[in-house]
Design a protein around this ligand. Structure first.
Ligand code: GLV
Length: 407
């Protein structure tokens, strides 16, 4: 399935001299020339340091940052560490089945790829590499509206199950055209981002005057004259969002979207029971519990903390997914134990892409898969349906009644 070498030896060097030179010309960038170095990657998180070393500061900071104090950014990770296992023993775990069916599509595992913008800043192969890695791993890639490759280009990389993340622009003709193009290109669902009427305050982007490098475009919008990002005395992306994205977006637009496409709509960015019920009423086919990688409103809870509230409100009517902070197979298991049908990973994709292109993304998917399989085995679960709420204990669980102490 996955052709990634058994032990990933990442060659940290100039992976594409022209691309690297382009990056060196970026204003404010601190593009770095690093000598060749080989290191063994044994877990997903290690790719972040490699990416930091390889990428220009402006690019790395854009991917890595959260909003304001970055409390939620840390909490997305920390919250997982407060959930512990209640493993079951002496169960035959010689065969483990991680397959699942998501939105009607058979996947090799419940680990999917979240939308992350502008992947060609990370590596010249950008979204093509991610699409190929996802399809080799038998899972779904979600393409960002703000990709540096178009829906048609990504479709041309070969077969694969792909979702399209949608930002709703003020100009609804732009949205309608883009949705139609995604549908024609074979995308299977829309992940509608609902937490971004304005861009969150990412202070590194403000300091770096973040803007899309001049040799790249937001490819889906190229023909619509919306593919470039002006430099601003601020974050160029924040200005772009302020100019183009529709702040009036409301539940009626979720209904409108269903009139222009037959693709199912996943509402991405729900973290409360109230909005879960509204999303289902508005016709959502699924919910993605997401805080946008902690890049929008700071001091919202970690997604793993919000998940159970959403799952309970959904009452099994639609599947619930989660993104945010997943770095280990144990995290995947915890999300499923709390009722998620699957999870999405974002930053690990861009960091591994920066480190070693398609091979990096393949390796991330492989490591998470193997860790998840091991977690299932050590918890006594042989299929996803055997993962239950009783396999974990959370800080919000009532203390279990204990036998009275013997006097
Ligand atoms: C894009 O969605 C971003 O968070 O920058």
């Amino acid at each position: 399935m996955c052709e990634t070498k058994d032990r990933a030896h990442v060659h940290v060097h100039t992976y594409n001299i022209h691309f690297h030179q382009d990056l060196m010309t970026l204003p404010n960038s601190l593009a770095k020339r690093k000598s060749a170095r080989t290191m063994e990657v044994t877990n997903v998180s290690e790719y972040q340091a490699i990416a930091k070393e390889k990428l220009p500061k402006m690019v790395y900071d854009y991917y890595a940052s959260g909003a304001e104090d970055q409390w939620t950014l840390e909490e997305n990770r920390n919250a997982f560490t407060r959930i512990l296992f209640r493993p079951r023993i002496l169960i035959d775990v010689s065969k483990i089945d991680m397959t699942t069916t998501i939105m009607g599509f058979k996947l090799s595992m419940p680990i999917m790829i979240a939308p992350t913008a502008m992947q060609k800043m990370a590596h010249p192969d950008g979204e093509y590499a991610t699409a190929r890695a996802a399809s080799a791993a038998g899972t779904i890639m979600t393409l960002s509206s703000w990709a540096t490759s178009s829906v048609e280009e990504v479709a041309s990389t070969g077969p694969g199950i792909r979702f399209f993340q949608l930002y709703v622009y003020k100009d609804r003709n732009v949205v309608a055209q883009l949705v139609r193009r995604a549908e024609r290109a074979g995308f299977k669902a829309i992940a509608l981002t609902v937490d971004t009427p304005r861009l969150g305050r990412r202070e590194a982007d403000i300091k770096n005057r973040f803007t899309l490098p001049p040799f790249l475009t937001l490819k889906n919008f190229e023909g619509l004259d919306l593919g470039k990002m002006d430099e601003a005395n601020d974050s160029g992306l924040a200005s772009y969002v302020a100019g183009q994205i529709d702040r009036t977006l409301s539940w009626k637009d979720v209904k409108w979207l269903q009139t222009i496409t037959t693709m199912p709509i996943l509402v991405k960015g729900v973290i409360t029971a109230e909005d879960t019920r509204l999303a289902i009423q508005a016709g959502a086919a699924g919910i993605i519990v997401s805080n946008h990688g902690a890049r929008q409103l700071d001091y919202v809870p970690a997604t793993i903390m919000a998940l159970e509230e959403v799952v309970k409100a959904a009452q099994g009517r639609v599947p619930v997914f989660l993104d945010g902070g997943v770095r280990r197979g144990t995290d995947v298991f915890k999300a499923l134990a709390l009722g998620a049908s699957g999870i999405f990973i974002g930053r690990p994709v861009v960091f591994s892409l920066a480190a070693e292109g398609e091979a990096g993304v393949r390796n991330v998917l492989k490591m998470l898969r193997e860790e998840f399989e091991l977690t299932m085995a050590l918890s006594g679960c042989t299929s996803l349906k055997e993962i239950t709420r009783d396999h974990i204990v959370t800080p919000w669980d009532a203390p279990k009644a204990r036998p009275a102490p013997r006097l």
